[in-house]
Structures are given as structure tokens and as C-alpha cells.
Design a protein around this ligand. Structure first.
Ligand SMILES: [Zn+2]
Length: 330
């Protein structure tokens, strides 16, 4: 069952912790995901900053930088960077609300994918909250481009992500991947796909203050036609799948599941952010609706997670958590 087909908002069922380095800063950070009964979405809290200034909401208006990763900054100038893989993991696992505590400015990169986030969210379990979800339904085509790069939303009754890449003369070449959130395969198809970089750019990136924590254990390193990592690729199309992961994380910053077909060609964080901003800047582009309204729109074929739940009075829903989450997908 798709994590997105729940009428009710969710949080995680217990606190989970991670320790790791930031891929750009190279600094070690401790990250904790904590359950919350508030329905304010994903809230980052910098524990090294006084409480009244250290809260950064995952919202499009807080996106301050999209160079190589996505950074959020609040009104006090406090930032959290490289949020996209964690945002994608939470979105892919159907977690609407969580407190993300971190003792520094950058989310740990872990292995460069969302795998460890997803495994730990799975182990923590999912708790249902007594508030209905809303979705942002895209009513008309919205497109942004920059030279030969482009990203767009096309109206649809469901949600999909289609990405194509073109890096001629490299191990990536031309590749594309399409992921439909109804296909139930987030954990298997998307979450394991790692970020990547090019050997010839490493020195310049480090001189510019990026990739100080970039290692073969947290990114695929492409050296022309070769993959430098001993592990090699997890999928033939790992690069395109990672771009889907990034897009899921970037779009999740809208605060809602965006019901549309997302397409990207040679895109990235910057175009994703521009696309979400353009979508939301004109109310004729979208309609905010409750899950009940959305289910009515889709019609009788719309099946929800709650259809499989025997006791809807059990707030914790623990036994049926798999129905929300991406994990019991064959
Ligand atoms: Zn990424």
C-alpha cells in the first residue's frame, strides 16, 4: 500500500538517531528524528542555537541556497543544509510531521542515499495523527527552464516522477527513470540510489568550500567512463534514480504531496525549487484539497490504507504501520 494513500497525517512512533559527516562541510553532526503530535510538518531544530532562534521550518520560502544541495534558512539567518535526502525519506515513508534535531548546520550524508534513513524510520514505526492530510493538486501545466535544462508539472490524478539525464562521454551517458508513487517501490527503487560527483571537479569543488566530506563511502565518483568506487553501481540507472530521490525531497518542501506528473531533463535542486515556487505563485495553478476530496476526484478506484485497518480507534495503528510505509513492498 502506498505511503501516500493515507487519509490521516502521521509521525514516527519513537525517536531515532544518526551520527555522520556533512558531505559539504565535512563536519560530524548528531541528528535525531522525534515524534510530534503537532501537525506543522517537518521542523528542523538546531540544538547548538538558542531555542527561540534555532527552529527552521521545511517550507519553500525558507529555501536559501540550491547550489549542489538544498539549504533552508530562517528569519534569524539560521540554516540547515543538505536536507533533500532526509526530506525524500520522510516523504517516501509517508511521514508528515517530525521534529528534526541537529547539533550543526548540515544533515549527515550517511551513504549518499536515503537508505539508512528509511531503514531506521521503518524500525521506528509510524503513528497516525487525528488530522486529515491535504494534497496540492496541480490544475495546469507549470514549466521552468534554463538553457537545455527543464522541469515541469503536468496535471494528473496521481503522482509520478520522470527524470532524464545526459552526461556524454561519462559512465552516466543518457539515462532516464520514471517512478510512480502508486507503484509501492520507494524503498527498493529509489531510496538506495546514491548521490554522485565527477573526479575532474573534486579539487575545484573543495577549493570552493564544497564536498569537504565527500568520500567513496558516501558518493559515486565518476571518472569519465569509469566508476571509481569498489562497490560499483547499485542499479544501472542509479544516477537517474538519485535525481528522482532529490526531486522527491525538494518537492516535499512544498509541505504537501503534489499530485502531478513531474518531469525533469538535466534538472537539479535549483530548477526544482523554481518549479515549486512558480507553481505556488499563481493560485490558478493548484487546488488545495483534503484527502477525502481527492479520493472523490479520483473516483471508485481509489483505495486507501485505512481500508485494511480493523480498529480505527487505536491511535497508534502499529500493526498496520506497513500499510502506510514503503516497507512491505515485494
Ligand atoms: Zn542528492
Amino acid at each position: 500500500m502506498s505511503s501516500l494513500k493515507s487519509h490521516f497525517q502521521t509521525t514516527i512512533d519513537r525517536t531515532i538517531s544518526f551520527v555522520g559527516i556533512g558531505v559539504h562541510s565535512g563536519d560530524v553532526a548528531i541528528l535525531k528524528l522525534k515524534p510530534t503530535t503537532q501537525t506543522r510538518g517537518i521542523i528542523f531544530r538546531r540544538t547548538d542555537i538558542p531555542r527561540d532562534k534555532g527552529e527552521v521550518l521545511a517550507r519553500p520560502y525558507n529555501v536559501s541556497n540550491t547550489t549542489l544541495s538544498t539549504t533552508l534558512t530562517n528569519d534569524y539567518g539560521i540554516s540547515v543544509s543538505t536536507v533533500e535526502h532526509l526530506m525524500a525519506a520522510l516523504f517516501g515513508c509517508g511521514i508528515d510531521n517530525v521534529i528534526v534535531e541537529i547539533d550543526g548546520p548540515e544533515i549527515p550524508i550517511l551513504d549518499g542515499s536515503a537508505k539508512d534513513f528509511v531503514i531506521n524510520i521503518e524500525q521506528a514505526g509510524v503513528r497516525r495523527l487525528e488530522k486529515e492530510r491535504s494534497v496540492l493538486w496541480v490544475q495546469r501545466k507549470v514549466e521552468v527552464s534554463d538553457g537545455d535544462k527543464s522541469a515541469m508539472f503536468l496535471p494528473s490524478l496521481s503522482q509520478s516522477f520522470s527524470v532524464s539525464l545526459d552526461f556524454p562521454g561519462t559512465a552516466i551517458g543518457q539515462q532516464s527513470f520514471r517512478y510512480d508513487t502508486n507503484s509501492l517501490g520507494f524503498k527498493q527503487q529509489i531510496a538506495n540510489a546514491r548521490t554522485f560527483g565527477f573526479a575532474e571537479q573534486v579539487e575545484a569543488l573543495k577549493e570552493a568550500g564544497f564536498a569537504k566530506g565527500g568520500l567513496l563511502s558516501n558518493a559515486i565518483l565518476v571518472d569519465k567512463l569509469k566508476i571509481v568506487n569498489q562497490e560499483q553501481l547499485r542499479y544501472k540507472t542509479e544516477f537517474a534514480r538519485h535525481k528522482v530521490l532529490d526531486a522527491m525531497g525538494d518537492l516535499a518542501l512544498s509541505g504537501y504531496p503534489i499530485i502531478a506528473d513531474y518531469h525533469s531533463h538535466k534538472g537539479g535542486h535549483e530548477l526544482n525549487h523554481k518549479l515549486v515556487s512558480k507553481l505556488m505563485s499563481d493560485q490558478r495553478n493548484w487546488r488545495l484539497m483534503t484527502y477525502t476530496e481527492y479520493a472523490d476526484l479520483v473516483g471508485p478506484h481509489f483505495i486507501t490504507a485505512s481500508d485494511n485497518v480493523q480498529s480505527t480507534t487505536d491511535e497508534r495503528y502499529r500493526d498496520n504501520a506497513q500499510d502506510y510505509v514503503c516497507f512491505k513492498e515485494g
